[in-house]
Write a protein that binds this ligand. Sequence first.
Ligand SMILES: CC(C)(COP(=O)(O)OP(=O)(O)OC[C@H]1O[C@@H](n2cnc3c(N)ncnc32)[C@H](O)[C@@H]1OP(=O)(O)O)[C@@H](O)C(=O)NCCC(=O)NCCS
Length: 184
Amino acid sequence: MTHLTPQSGFLQSYRICAAAEPWMQAGARDLRERVFVQEQGVFAGHDRDAIDDIALPLVAIAENATGGPIVVGTVRIHEPTPGVWWGSRLAVAPEWRRVGKLGSELIRLAVGTARARGAVEFHAHVQRQNVVLFRRLHWVVEAEMDLHGLPHAHMLASLTHYVPIDDPAAGWRISAPGPVEGSA
Ligand SMILES: CC(C)(COP(=O)(O)OP(=O)(O)OC[C@H]1O[C@@H](n2cnc3c(N)ncnc32)[C@H](O)[C@@H]1OP(=O)(O)O)[C@@H](O)C(=O)NCCC(=O)NCCS
């Protein structure tokens, strides 16, 4: 059973946007390390690679205990060949999972941004436990494989279900409950 903190009885405001400022990019880097290195052990030391040199990072921002902004979700998108886009390194901080649909909102921003930039395909390698989430968001499985020692699905987004987003830096705000107690 899930117990919410007293603060989470109130709706929090979250911002979903491109990581246009250095503190947002640093927050996304830290969160990726927390999730993919420390929590999942998928990478040792850090998870950065050459795609980071060309990718656009996107973030979900919440407020910390003193009202300051913190990055609690991230994903990156890139276009290795014209019209063909990929999303990767989707992560939401453990205590913010399944409380605000932040993962789903980041996927909406990722695919919508790519659509506005001319995407004709949008791909991702999705960890098996997250396939249900992506299917619900109108993605289909193309193939299954092991990556980094974990079972993954190569999935494709159905682009017509995603509204093009011309200005990802502006993004949008959502209201949702706060973090879940004890899952940090
Ligand atoms: C995948 C991830 C980004 C989803 O973030 P999120 O903010 O919880 O996603 P949403 O709230 O939009 O969607 C949650 C839905 O996904 C599914 N889901 C997410 N986490 C789940 C879990 N641990 N167990 C079962 N279902 C889960 C559920 O269907 C849930 O829907 P519900 O709220 O109606 O039950 C987050 O769980 C995460 O960072 N996981 C660790 C890193 C990772 O796996 N990255 C993705 C690599 S492909």
